[in-house]
Design a protein around this ligand. Structure first.
Ligand code: SF4
Ligand code: SF4
Length: 90
């Protein structure tokens, strides 16, 4: 079975800095920013390339901030989106 790597994107302006995603990441590859978003919150960031695309972070995020992508480790381009939670209105 091919090894899978992942990456995540954040809708940073919707992050409220709850840090739930950081607590559930088994790869320890998320952290909070030093900067603030427009709502005045520190926001989550991807800090290393060790993401496996496990989707834990996207599932736990209460505000659907995170989108996860997976690809085989040898692939050059990102694979299909595997987790997008519903858009939320402020
Ligand atoms: S998909 Fe999994 S490994 Fe990647 S950042 Fe989210 S919780 Fe961490
Ligand atoms: S779980 Fe969502 S709202 Fe909470 S810090 Fe992570 S990205 Fe931001």
């Amino acid at each position: 079975m091919a090894k899978i790597s992942g990456t995540v994107e954040f809708r940073t302006e919707y992050c409220k800095g709850c840090e739930l995603c950081i607590e559930v990441c088994p790869q320890d590859c998320l952290a909070m920013s030093n900067d603030l978003n427009r709502r005045g919150y520190h926001y989550a960031l991807l800090t290393s390339d060790t993401c496996t695309g496990c989707v834990n972070c996207a599932l736990v995020c209460p505000d659907a901030v995170i989108t996860v992508y997976r690809q085989p480790k040898s692939a050059a381009a990102p694979g299909p989106k595997v987790a997008t939670l519903a858009e939320v209105e402020e």
